[in-house]
Write a protein that binds this ligand. Structure first.
Ligand code: FAD
Length: 545
């Protein structure tokens, strides 16, 4: 059998995974890993922490280097080499050596495109002023670090409140820089629903980050006092010694487009479930491709490291004649912000509404990350969205200091397996007091949702419009009530409710709440069995905005 000559363009998450897998499957293939940057297989995800000094050494960012690829995998690594054209008929690519500008033609039997995505840098006035950076590579992070050190930067503006923007905000604060985040939307962390993202915003403010939400950047100018000014559409002007643009990425599709490969509706390279492009000899993986949205249907772009790595493996499998299909994505992601874990999986409520999906319900709950009696118990603020018809889980979002990752991972796996809230109710999860609960946060989510679906606990949400006959019944203790309550609420603690039913005003819209929803549930059960049309306010007072 003829030796396959395989060229991989882009040598980081998707490309490097593909190269290593190819070698494990085919000892004879001739494999070339090509990258225009100085490194392959580096940790983009660690870059904000290198800027912040949490990761002290640049070497730590190199997951694997050229030598390892050559020695362990017999893969020829060619850095500072850009692929500038593909001739699909001749099955050749044109490579430019960025050191001397020389060009060569190289033939391939299989070509893998893993060129990633480029940070957006809109053509705003002043965008090219010194001190305005994007972050994608080790040289980018080095440039930001040395700019901060050379200019002794004290003030930064981060444009964009997504996960890279917030990680940069934290790391700049870590370096002693005062940070303002300017975000066009009226919330941070765009994939989350606003009421969940509000908790993240509050946390950022308590760590000294100024948030300018609902305001887009209009341009940049040099400041008379030195440094820069970031000008916004509302007319505000924010002083900055350094500006980080983190407003998203666009798939690197230039090569694919010029070669006449099909692009998809979302602007990424169109691929099959085997990561094959419209040319059967060319595969594409990672941030550059669009993939099926496993929850909402249709195609989506999801620039995350996990999918890129798995797609790289699948492309290698396909090239070597193995079966395997990429199942699509559901957007499972996590971000750490000043000790807060923020994670989500599946569809958000706003994405469902945008997609025209109805017939879903949502619940809020605030269980502890481990047994309440064990020292250090902290709440996880959890929102779970599911189909009313059959309980199928559509999405979940969580914020908390600990244990958020595990809960969202469990729900993510349930979604991937087509699971329902009834599956969460019965999930068998590990437990000891310092790790979880005998009824874990995930079980609680399932139980609450299942109670709703079985009609055992009708719920209502804080944003549901109030009616003339609405009665708010607060079933917490008087001291909790005194510390803050819904205007006009009647306070009858759950422990006295059975003897004080006559005090509850008449009306068919009785909304019951407690601290987090648990006592409200007990009260709702009592009231329902006494013939009152009671509904529990989901998440209790902790979910009131
Ligand atoms: P990349 O890793 O970007 O690699 C593409 C490579 O191709 C680049 O080195 C580029 O130079 C090269 N290239 C492009 N065109 C050519 C060409 N014509 N010729 C030669 N070489 C070319 N994801 C997570 O899941 N979790 C995180 O915590 C996380 N944090 C991140 C933090 C930052 C700061 C950044 C920038 C990204 C982060 N990501 C994170 C996203 C993740 O890094 C990407 O999704 C992933 O690296 C995509 O892999 P890829 O192989 O598609 O592209």
């Amino acid at each position: 059998m003829k030796t396959q000559r395989i060229l991989i363009v882009g040598g980081v998450a998707g490309g490097a995974s593909c190269a290593a897998r190819l070698r494990r499957l085919d000892e004879q293939a001739e494999i070339h890993l090509i990258d225009r940057g100085p490194y392959v297989s580096f940790a983009n995800c660690g870059l904000p922490y290198f800027v912040g000094g949490v990761i002290a050494s640049e070497d730590s960012l190199l997951v694997a280097d050229a030598r390892l690829f050559e020695e362990r995998f017999n893969v020829r690594v060619r850095t500072r080499t850009e692929c500038v054209a593909i001739d699909r008929t001749a099955r050749t690519v044109t490579l430019r050596n960025l050191a001397d500008g020389g060009q060569t033609e190289e033939s391939y039997d299989a070509l893998v495109l893993a060129p990633g995505a480029a940070p957006l840098r809109p053509p705003l006035p002043g965008i090219d002023l010194p001190g305005i950076f994007t972050l994608r590579s080790i040289p980018d992070s080095r440039a930001i670090r040395s700019w901060i050190e050379q200019t002794r930067a004290r003030k930064a503006v981060v444009v964009g409140g997504g996960f890279i923007g917030l990680e940069m905000a934290e790391n700049l604060v870590h370096r002693g820089v005062k940070v303002t985040v300017v975000e066009m939307l009226d919330q941070v962390m765009p994939p989350l629903d606003a009421e969940v993202a509000d908790r993240v915003a509050d946390h950022l403010r308590t760590h000294g980050v100024t948030l300018a939400l609902g305001d887009g950047v209009a341009g940049f100018a040099e400041s008379e006092e030195g440094g820069l000014r970031v000008l916004t559409k509302s007319g505000a002007s924010h002083a900055a010694d350094v500006v980080i643009l983190a407003i998203g990425v666009r798939p690197e599709t230039g090569l694919a487009k010029a070669a006449g490969l099909d692009l998809g509706a979302r602007g990424g390279i169109a691929v099959s479930a085997q990561m094959q492009t419209s040319d059967p000899q060319i595969w594409a993986v990672g941030d550059a491709v669009e993939v099926p949205d496993g929850v909402l249907g249709g195609a989506t772009l999801l620039p995350l490291a996990g999918p890129a790595n798995r797609q790289g493996r699948l492309a290698a499998d396909a090239i070597c004649g193995r079966d395997g299909e990429f199942p699509g994505v559901q957007g499972t992601a996590i971000c750490g912000v000043f000790g807060l874990q923020v994670a989500s999986t599946g569809a958000s409520e706003k994405a469902l509404i945008r997609a025209g999906v109805s017939g879903f319900e949502k619940i809020y709950l605030h269980p502890n990350q481990h047994a309440g009696y064990y020292p250090g118990a902290r709440p996880i603020h959890l929102k779970v969205i599911f189909r009313k018809e059959d309980g199928r889980i559509l999405g979940a979002q969580a914020v908390g200091e600990e244990g958020v990752d595990r809960r969202i991972d469990v729900v993510a796996m349930a979604i991937q397996m087509g699971g329902t809230v009834f599956d969460l109710e019965e999930a068998e999860l590990c437990y000891a007091p310092q790790f979880g609960g005998a009824k874990d946060a995930v079980n609680f989510a399932g139980m609450v949702a299942a109670d709703v679906l079985r009609g055992d606990m009708p719920i209502v949400h804080w944003d549901e419009p109030v009616r003339p006959d609405t009665v708010f019944l607060d079933v917490r203790e008087p001291e909790e009530f005194a510390a803050g309550h819904r205007d006009g609420a009647v306070n009858i603690p759950v422990g006295t409710l059975r003897t004080r039913l006559a005090e509850i005003p008449a009306g068919d819209d009785l909304r019951v709440y407690c601290g987090v929803g648990q006592r409200g549930y007990v009260a709702t059960r009592i009231l329902l069995q006494h013939g009152r049309a009671a509904r529990n306010l989901s998440g209790g007072w902790a979910s009131a905005r």
